[in-house]
Design a protein around this ligand. Structure first.
Ligand code: PLP
Length: 349
């Protein structure tokens, strides 16, 4: 199977397996796992922050940040298709009692003036706005990278009004690669940043939350509250160290393959795909409704995905007409050509 559903489907590399087998470990709830300590130090350094904490999932990292930057009964400004709002099980409400204030955008990037307008006035009869959440790359907007300049402009608006800024940087290294900059530069103006080791970097489990020392001390407490205190977890941190040291520099390969895939798909008449929309490793396209006579209740995206699966290619359907394909470490040039051939055959049928 050629699995283009997500960059989370990668299995650990041989170097990760070896590092995991050989990892020096201790009880991390007691702060005694040397491999976790090394990973946290490296993550903090790479992102240019004082400290970092290893968390089992990106969702937990994001939600610890939401919890610490807000209070119950406050609002969080987020782009309308943001992951923290749409794909984290209502956790911002369930765990922290916060309300999202979603901002609709035409292409995934908020304008500073939109954020300014969404901050409630500081009066006794309006809900306090406490946090701005940014996402880079933006998952549902075809992995759109956001520049350091835009991040700075948005953070400046928030900080002027005493809001905190959290960056959901699940794929921040993809953003840095696409923009020719560093994760550190993209994170500079944010109070906290989460990034995933288990996405394009191919680690089996784990994400990092980074910020200043006081924030991370509190994050350690909240991680335990959320059930995320782990014991000899150096076996997983060891894979994370390989992810950060060996897997970041190869991300441009995934981007080049996503571009090749995009060019091939955009040539097909039944597919609506602006080639310039794909800048990293996520390809999202729409099926043109006029090419899909309605049949047995199953929407075109579902039918396309089922057809592709029969030909050995897995991809994801969103809504009735959108399809997502994601390139990663286990997708080589041959897999891209096979996926294109399968798409042609599926659409012809
Ligand atoms: C994957 C992802 C996360 C975290 O997901 P987990 O499955 O909880 O690790 C957060 N934000 C974005 C944008 C993501 O793509």
């Amino acid at each position: 199977m050629i699995d283009l559903r997500s960059d989370t489907v990668t299995r650990p590399t041989p170097a990760m397996r070896r590092a995991m087998a050989d990892a020096e470990v201790g009880d991390d709830v007691y702060g005694e796992d040397p491999t976790v300590a090394r990973l946290e130090a490296l993550a903090a350094e790479r992102l240019g922050r004082e400290a970092a904490i290893f968390v089992p999932t990106g969702t937990m990292g994001n939600q610890i940040a939401v919890h610490l930057h807000t209070r119950h009964g406050s609002e969080v400004i987020i782009e309308a298709r943001g992951h923290i709002f749409n794909f984290e099980m209502g956790a911002m409400a369930a765990l922290s009692g916060t309300l999202p204030r979603p901002i609709a955008t035409p292409a995934g990037v908020m304008e500073p003036a939109q954020v300014e307008a969404a901050i409630n006035p500081k009066v006794s009869y309006r809900t306090p706005t406490r946090l701005l959440c940014l996402e880079n790359t933006h998952n549902l907007w075809s992995g759109l990278p956001m520049t350091a300049e835009r991040t700075r402009a948005l953070a400046a608006v928030a900080h002027r009004q005493a809001l905190k800024v959290h960056l959901d940087g699940a794929r921040i290294h993809n953003a840095a690669a696409a923009l020719g900059t560093t994760a550190k530069e993209l994170a500079r103006d944010c109070d906290s940043v989460m990034f995933c080791l288990s996405k394009g970097l191919a680690a089996p489990v784990g994400s990092m939350l980074v910020g200043d020392t006081d924030f991370i001390v509190e994050a350690r407490r909240v991680r335990k509250v959320f059930g995320g205190g782990m014991r000899q977890v150096g076996v997983l941190a060891a894979a994370g160290l390989v992810a950060l040291t060996e897997m970041v520099d190869r991300l441009p390969e995934d981007h080049a393959r996503a571009r090749r895939l995009t060019e091939g798909l955009a040539e097909l008449p039944a597919i609506d795909l602006d080639p310039t929309s794909v800048q990293t490793n996520i390809v999202v396209f729409r099926l043109r409704p006029e090419h899909f006579p309605s049949r047995d209740g199953l929407a075109p995206a579902g039918r396309f995905v089922a057809g592709m699966k029969e030909l050995g290619v897995l991809c994801g359907a969103f809504g009735g007409f959108e399809v997502r394909m994601v390139t990663h470490y286990e997708i080589d040039d041959g897999a891209i050509e096979s996926a294109l051939a399968a798409a042609r055959a599926t659409l012809a049928a």
